[in-house]
Design a protein around this ligand. Sequence first.
Ligand code: 1HN
Length: 345
Amino acid sequence: MNELGRLEDLPQDYRDDLTRLNLVPLWPSLRAVLPHQVPTRRTQATCWPYATLRPLLLRAGELTPMAKAERRVLVLANPGHGLAKMQASAAIYLGMQLLLPGEWAPAHRHTPNAVRMIVEGEGAYTTVDGERCPMSRGDLILTPTGLWHEHGHDGDQPVVWLDVLDLPLVYYTETSYAVEGRRQQVVPGRGEQAYTRGGMVPTPVFERSRKAYPLLRYPWADARAALVALAAGRPDQESVQVTYVNPETGGHAQNILGFYALMLRPGQTLRLPVRSPAMVLHQIEGGAEVTVAAQRFTLAAADTCCAPGYTEVSLRNLSADQPAFLFMADESPLHHKLGVFENRG
Ligand code: 1HN
Protein backbone atom coordinates (compact mmCIF):
# COMPACT_ATOMS: atom_id res chain seq x y z
CA MET A 1 0.00 0.00 0.00
CA ASN A 2 1.32 3.42 -0.92
CA GLU A 3 2.16 5.92 1.76
CA LEU A 4 0.08 9.01 0.95
CA GLY A 5 1.60 12.46 0.78
CA ARG A 6 1.24 14.71 3.86
CA LEU A 7 0.16 18.32 4.05
CA GLU A 8 3.62 19.24 5.36
CA ASP A 9 5.14 17.86 2.13
CA LEU A 10 3.57 20.76 0.22
CA PRO A 11 5.23 24.19 0.01
CA GLN A 12 3.67 26.74 2.35
CA ASP A 13 2.92 29.25 -0.45
CA TYR A 14 0.99 26.53 -2.35
CA ARG A 15 -0.99 25.62 0.81
CA ASP A 16 -1.73 29.30 1.43
CA ASP A 17 -3.01 29.70 -2.15
CA LEU A 18 -5.33 26.72 -1.73
CA THR A 19 -6.68 27.97 1.60
CA ARG A 20 -7.35 31.45 0.22
CA LEU A 21 -9.44 29.89 -2.58
CA ASN A 22 -11.32 27.46 -0.29
CA LEU A 23 -9.54 24.47 -1.78
CA VAL A 24 -8.18 21.42 0.07
CA PRO A 25 -5.90 18.62 -1.20
CA LEU A 26 -7.63 15.27 -0.68
CA TRP A 27 -4.66 12.93 -0.38
CA PRO A 28 -3.38 13.99 3.07
CA SER A 29 -6.87 13.39 4.52
CA LEU A 30 -8.04 10.45 2.40
CA ARG A 31 -7.35 7.77 5.02
CA ALA A 32 -9.13 9.80 7.69
CA VAL A 33 -12.39 9.67 5.75
CA LEU A 34 -11.81 6.26 4.13
CA PRO A 35 -10.00 4.05 6.65
CA HIS A 36 -9.14 0.48 5.64
CA GLN A 37 -11.67 -2.30 6.39
CA VAL A 38 -13.46 -0.78 9.39
CA PRO A 39 -14.97 2.71 9.74
CA THR A 40 -13.68 5.10 12.37
CA ARG A 41 -16.34 5.42 15.07
CA ARG A 42 -16.61 8.21 17.59
CA THR A 43 -19.32 6.26 19.43
CA GLN A 44 -17.86 4.68 22.57
CA ALA A 45 -19.48 1.88 24.53
CA THR A 46 -21.05 3.84 27.39
CA CYS A 47 -23.34 2.93 30.29
CA TRP A 48 -25.73 5.19 32.22
CA PRO A 49 -26.81 3.40 35.43
CA TYR A 50 -30.26 4.60 36.51
CA ALA A 51 -29.31 4.62 40.22
CA THR A 52 -26.74 7.39 39.58
CA LEU A 53 -28.87 9.33 37.10
CA ARG A 54 -32.19 9.30 38.97
CA PRO A 55 -31.24 11.54 41.96
CA LEU A 56 -29.80 14.14 39.56
CA LEU A 57 -32.97 14.06 37.46
CA LEU A 58 -35.15 14.50 40.57
CA ARG A 59 -32.88 17.40 41.59
CA ALA A 60 -33.57 18.99 38.20
CA GLY A 61 -37.25 18.79 39.21
CA GLU A 62 -36.44 21.01 42.22
CA LEU A 63 -34.04 23.33 40.41
CA THR A 64 -35.91 23.96 37.16
CA PRO A 65 -39.66 24.46 36.83
CA MET A 66 -41.35 23.27 33.63
CA ALA A 67 -41.86 26.87 32.52
CA LYS A 68 -38.06 27.18 32.33
CA ALA A 69 -37.47 23.82 30.69
CA GLU A 70 -40.28 23.03 28.23
CA ARG A 71 -38.90 19.46 28.44
CA ARG A 72 -37.03 18.56 31.65
CA VAL A 73 -34.40 16.17 30.37
CA LEU A 74 -30.91 14.98 31.25
CA VAL A 75 -29.26 13.94 27.99
CA LEU A 76 -27.33 10.65 27.92
CA ALA A 77 -24.35 11.96 25.97
CA ASN A 78 -21.60 9.80 24.52
CA PRO A 79 -18.17 11.15 25.55
CA GLY A 80 -16.74 9.89 22.25
CA HIS A 81 -18.80 12.50 20.39
CA GLY A 82 -18.14 15.21 23.01
CA LEU A 83 -20.86 15.85 25.61
CA ALA A 84 -21.99 19.12 23.98
CA LYS A 85 -23.05 17.24 20.85
CA MET A 86 -25.78 15.50 22.89
CA GLN A 87 -25.61 12.29 20.93
CA ALA A 88 -25.40 8.65 21.97
CA SER A 89 -24.27 7.53 18.50
CA ALA A 90 -24.04 9.02 15.02
CA ALA A 91 -27.83 8.97 14.60
CA ILE A 92 -29.24 8.35 18.11
CA TYR A 93 -30.11 10.87 20.82
CA LEU A 94 -31.04 9.61 24.30
CA GLY A 95 -32.52 11.56 27.20
CA MET A 96 -34.20 10.80 30.52
CA GLN A 97 -37.22 13.03 30.99
CA LEU A 98 -38.94 13.86 34.29
CA LEU A 99 -42.54 14.97 34.69
CA LEU A 100 -43.85 15.68 38.20
CA PRO A 101 -47.48 15.29 39.31
CA GLY A 102 -49.67 18.04 37.87
CA GLU A 103 -47.04 19.25 35.41
CA TRP A 104 -47.62 19.87 31.74
CA ALA A 105 -45.17 19.82 28.82
CA PRO A 106 -46.78 22.00 26.12
CA ALA A 107 -47.68 20.88 22.59
CA HIS A 108 -45.16 21.10 19.80
CA ARG A 109 -44.17 19.19 16.72
CA HIS A 110 -40.84 18.76 15.03
CA THR A 111 -39.02 17.05 12.21
CA PRO A 112 -36.98 14.55 14.29
CA ASN A 113 -38.79 11.31 15.18
CA ALA A 114 -39.07 10.45 18.87
CA VAL A 115 -40.11 7.45 20.92
CA ARG A 116 -40.58 7.18 24.67
CA MET A 117 -39.76 4.07 26.69
CA ILE A 118 -41.47 4.49 30.06
CA VAL A 119 -39.07 3.89 32.96
CA GLU A 120 -41.03 4.56 36.15
CA GLY A 121 -44.25 5.98 37.57
CA GLU A 122 -47.94 5.85 36.74
CA GLY A 123 -50.56 8.43 35.83
CA ALA A 124 -48.75 10.35 33.10
CA TYR A 125 -49.86 10.39 29.51
CA THR A 126 -48.76 11.86 26.24
CA THR A 127 -51.17 13.09 23.60
CA VAL A 128 -49.87 12.39 20.08
CA ASP A 129 -51.84 13.55 17.04
CA GLY A 130 -54.95 13.82 19.22
CA GLU A 131 -54.56 10.32 20.65
CA ARG A 132 -54.18 10.11 24.41
CA CYS A 133 -51.53 7.50 25.28
CA PRO A 134 -51.26 6.45 28.94
CA MET A 135 -47.71 5.77 30.14
CA SER A 136 -46.74 2.65 32.11
CA ARG A 137 -43.39 0.97 32.73
CA GLY A 138 -42.06 -0.65 29.55
CA ASP A 139 -44.61 0.89 27.16
CA LEU A 140 -43.22 2.24 23.90
CA ILE A 141 -44.95 5.37 22.58
CA LEU A 142 -44.13 6.86 19.18
CA THR A 143 -43.96 10.54 18.34
CA PRO A 144 -43.22 10.32 14.61
CA THR A 145 -41.98 13.25 12.58
CA GLY A 146 -44.43 16.14 12.25
CA LEU A 147 -47.06 14.92 14.75
CA TRP A 148 -48.22 17.20 17.57
CA HIS A 149 -47.35 15.95 21.04
CA GLU A 150 -47.61 17.09 24.65
CA HIS A 151 -47.25 15.41 28.04
CA GLY A 152 -49.44 15.57 31.16
CA HIS A 153 -49.44 13.91 34.58
CA ASP A 154 -52.50 13.14 36.76
CA GLY A 155 -50.67 10.77 39.14
CA ASP A 156 -48.99 11.47 42.48
CA GLN A 157 -45.42 10.23 41.91
CA PRO A 158 -42.66 11.38 39.55
CA VAL A 159 -42.78 9.83 36.09
CA VAL A 160 -39.60 9.21 34.12
CA TRP A 161 -39.15 8.02 30.57
CA LEU A 162 -36.32 7.45 28.12
CA ASP A 163 -36.56 9.56 24.95
CA VAL A 164 -34.94 8.06 21.84
CA LEU A 165 -34.71 10.40 18.85
CA ASP A 166 -32.96 10.47 15.48
CA LEU A 167 -32.08 14.11 16.27
CA PRO A 168 -28.31 13.88 15.51
CA LEU A 169 -29.02 12.72 11.97
CA VAL A 170 -31.85 15.17 11.33
CA TYR A 171 -29.74 17.99 12.78
CA TYR A 172 -26.75 16.95 10.63
CA THR A 173 -28.88 17.10 7.50
CA GLU A 174 -29.93 20.68 8.47
CA THR A 175 -33.59 19.70 8.64
CA SER A 176 -34.24 19.93 12.40
CA TYR A 177 -36.83 22.43 13.62
CA ALA A 178 -39.94 22.62 15.82
CA VAL A 179 -43.29 24.44 15.80
CA GLU A 180 -45.09 25.43 19.02
CA GLY A 181 -48.78 24.67 19.28
CA ARG A 182 -51.94 24.90 21.35
CA ARG A 183 -53.30 22.20 23.62
CA GLN A 184 -54.63 19.38 21.46
CA GLN A 185 -58.22 18.23 21.33
CA VAL A 186 -58.30 14.52 22.18
CA VAL A 187 -60.03 12.59 19.39
CA PRO A 188 -61.79 9.23 19.82
CA GLY A 189 -60.12 5.99 18.73
CA ARG A 190 -56.73 4.63 19.68
CA GLY A 191 -54.39 2.67 17.43
CA GLU A 192 -53.84 0.06 20.12
CA GLN A 193 -57.60 -0.65 20.15
CA ALA A 194 -57.71 -0.94 16.35
CA TYR A 195 -54.67 -3.20 16.11
CA THR A 196 -55.16 -5.63 18.98
CA ARG A 197 -53.99 -8.81 17.22
CA GLY A 198 -50.95 -9.43 15.08
CA GLY A 199 -52.00 -10.57 11.62
CA MET A 200 -55.23 -8.57 11.61
CA VAL A 201 -55.74 -4.98 10.53
CA PRO A 202 -58.96 -2.98 10.57
CA THR A 203 -60.54 -2.66 7.10
CA PRO A 204 -63.50 -0.30 7.30
CA VAL A 205 -65.15 -0.34 3.87
CA PHE A 206 -65.67 3.41 3.65
CA GLU A 207 -62.87 4.98 5.60
CA ARG A 208 -59.68 2.98 5.55
CA SER A 209 -57.09 4.71 7.74
CA ARG A 210 -54.63 6.76 5.78
CA LYS A 211 -52.48 7.52 8.77
CA ALA A 212 -48.78 7.03 8.08
CA TYR A 213 -48.36 5.98 11.72
CA PRO A 214 -51.55 4.10 12.67
CA LEU A 215 -50.18 2.59 15.91
CA LEU A 216 -48.61 4.94 18.44
CA ARG A 217 -48.61 3.00 21.72
CA TYR A 218 -47.14 -0.49 22.16
CA PRO A 219 -48.06 -1.64 25.70
CA TRP A 220 -45.33 -3.55 27.52
CA ALA A 221 -47.85 -6.23 28.58
CA ASP A 222 -48.33 -7.13 24.89
CA ALA A 223 -44.63 -7.07 23.97
CA ARG A 224 -43.77 -9.18 27.03
CA ALA A 225 -46.53 -11.70 26.29
CA ALA A 226 -45.31 -11.98 22.68
CA LEU A 227 -41.76 -12.71 23.88
CA VAL A 228 -42.86 -15.27 26.46
CA ALA A 229 -45.02 -17.04 23.85
CA LEU A 230 -42.18 -17.01 21.30
CA ALA A 231 -39.76 -18.48 23.84
CA ALA A 232 -42.23 -21.22 24.83
CA GLY A 233 -43.06 -22.09 21.23
CA ARG A 234 -39.47 -22.29 20.01
CA PRO A 235 -37.24 -23.68 22.77
CA ASP A 236 -34.73 -24.55 20.03
CA GLN A 237 -34.38 -20.93 18.89
CA GLU A 238 -31.52 -18.97 20.41
CA SER A 239 -32.76 -15.43 20.01
CA VAL A 240 -36.16 -14.34 21.32
CA GLN A 241 -36.80 -10.93 19.82
CA VAL A 242 -39.67 -8.89 18.40
CA THR A 243 -39.53 -5.76 16.27
CA TYR A 244 -41.90 -2.85 16.80
CA VAL A 245 -43.53 -2.50 13.37
CA ASN A 246 -46.08 -0.38 11.58
CA PRO A 247 -49.02 -2.84 11.42
CA GLU A 248 -50.20 -1.50 8.06
CA THR A 249 -46.87 -1.93 6.27
CA GLY A 250 -45.09 -4.58 8.34
CA GLY A 251 -42.01 -2.33 8.11
CA HIS A 252 -40.19 -0.63 10.97
CA ALA A 253 -42.37 1.57 13.21
CA GLN A 254 -40.31 4.62 12.20
CA ASN A 255 -38.15 5.56 9.22
CA ILE A 256 -34.69 6.04 10.68
CA LEU A 257 -34.31 4.07 13.92
CA GLY A 258 -35.39 0.48 14.63
CA PHE A 259 -36.98 -0.62 17.92
CA TYR A 260 -37.03 -4.12 19.39
CA ALA A 261 -37.79 -6.01 22.59
CA LEU A 262 -35.81 -9.08 23.46
CA MET A 263 -35.92 -11.77 26.10
CA LEU A 264 -32.93 -13.65 27.48
CA ARG A 265 -33.85 -17.07 28.77
CA PRO A 266 -32.73 -17.94 32.34
CA GLY A 267 -28.93 -18.26 32.35
CA GLN A 268 -28.67 -17.53 28.62
CA THR A 269 -25.71 -15.89 26.88
CA LEU A 270 -26.54 -14.45 23.48
CA ARG A 271 -23.85 -13.28 21.06
CA LEU A 272 -25.30 -10.71 18.66
CA PRO A 273 -24.14 -10.59 15.04
CA VAL A 274 -21.52 -7.94 14.25
CA ARG A 275 -23.43 -5.37 12.21
CA SER A 276 -22.89 -1.85 10.92
CA PRO A 277 -25.50 0.04 13.04
CA ALA A 278 -24.83 1.37 16.53
CA MET A 279 -27.32 0.24 19.17
CA VAL A 280 -28.82 1.16 22.51
CA LEU A 281 -29.91 -1.31 25.18
CA HIS A 282 -32.25 -0.51 28.05
CA GLN A 283 -33.04 -3.07 30.74
CA ILE A 284 -36.80 -3.43 31.31
CA GLU A 285 -36.85 -6.39 33.70
CA GLY A 286 -34.16 -8.49 35.37
CA GLY A 287 -30.44 -7.95 34.97
CA ALA A 288 -27.92 -8.58 32.21
CA GLU A 289 -24.21 -8.42 31.61
CA VAL A 290 -23.44 -6.64 28.35
CA THR A 291 -20.03 -7.19 26.76
CA VAL A 292 -19.05 -4.69 24.05
CA ALA A 293 -15.64 -5.66 22.58
CA ALA A 294 -13.33 -5.46 25.62
CA GLN A 295 -15.79 -3.58 27.84
CA ARG A 296 -18.34 -5.05 30.21
CA PHE A 297 -21.40 -3.43 31.82
CA THR A 298 -23.80 -4.89 34.33
CA LEU A 299 -27.32 -3.66 33.62
CA ALA A 300 -29.91 -3.59 36.40
CA ALA A 301 -33.53 -2.67 35.66
CA ALA A 302 -33.80 0.85 34.11
CA ASP A 303 -30.09 1.01 33.17
CA THR A 304 -29.17 2.08 29.63
CA CYS A 305 -26.04 1.53 27.54
CA CYS A 306 -24.91 1.98 23.95
CA ALA A 307 -22.51 0.19 21.62
CA PRO A 308 -20.88 1.35 18.37
CA GLY A 309 -21.48 -0.50 15.11
CA TYR A 310 -19.04 -3.08 13.66
CA THR A 311 -18.46 -4.38 17.20
CA GLU A 312 -18.99 -7.68 19.00
CA VAL A 313 -21.82 -7.42 21.53
CA SER A 314 -22.98 -10.23 23.76
CA LEU A 315 -25.65 -10.35 26.44
CA ARG A 316 -25.83 -12.62 29.47
CA ASN A 317 -28.87 -13.03 31.69
CA LEU A 318 -27.65 -12.65 35.29
CA SER A 319 -30.46 -14.83 36.62
CA ALA A 320 -30.39 -18.63 36.38
CA ASP A 321 -34.12 -19.01 36.91
CA GLN A 322 -35.86 -15.85 35.60
CA PRO A 323 -35.97 -14.39 32.09
CA ALA A 324 -34.49 -10.92 31.48
CA PHE A 325 -36.15 -8.37 29.17
CA LEU A 326 -34.45 -5.59 27.23
CA PHE A 327 -35.52 -2.79 24.92
CA MET A 328 -33.20 -2.16 22.01
CA ALA A 329 -32.93 0.70 19.51
CA ASP A 330 -30.59 0.75 16.53
CA GLU A 331 -29.78 2.52 13.27
CA SER A 332 -30.76 -0.41 11.00
CA PRO A 333 -33.58 1.25 8.99
CA LEU A 334 -31.24 4.16 8.24
CA HIS A 335 -28.38 1.89 7.16
CA HIS A 336 -30.72 -0.16 4.93
CA LYS A 337 -32.10 2.99 3.29
CA LEU A 338 -28.60 4.34 2.70
CA GLY A 339 -27.47 0.98 1.33
CA VAL A 340 -24.61 0.74 3.85
CA PHE A 341 -26.10 -1.95 6.12
CA GLU A 342 -23.67 -4.78 6.80
CA ASN A 343 -23.92 -7.98 8.77
CA ARG A 344 -20.47 -9.47 9.34
CA GLY A 345 -21.84 -12.45 11.28
C1 1HN B 1 -38.74 16.55 22.46
O1 1HN B 1 -39.69 17.11 21.69
C2 1HN B 1 -39.09 15.86 23.59
O2 1HN B 1 -41.42 16.13 23.26
C3 1HN B 1 -38.10 15.29 24.35
O3 1HN B 1 -40.77 15.20 25.06
C4 1HN B 1 -36.78 15.42 24.03
C5 1HN B 1 -35.07 16.29 22.57
C6 1HN B 1 -34.71 17.00 21.48
C7 1HN B 1 -35.66 17.57 20.66
C8 1HN B 1 -37.00 17.43 20.96
C9 1HN B 1 -40.53 15.72 23.98
C10 1HN B 1 -36.41 16.14 22.90
C11 1HN B 1 -37.39 16.71 22.09
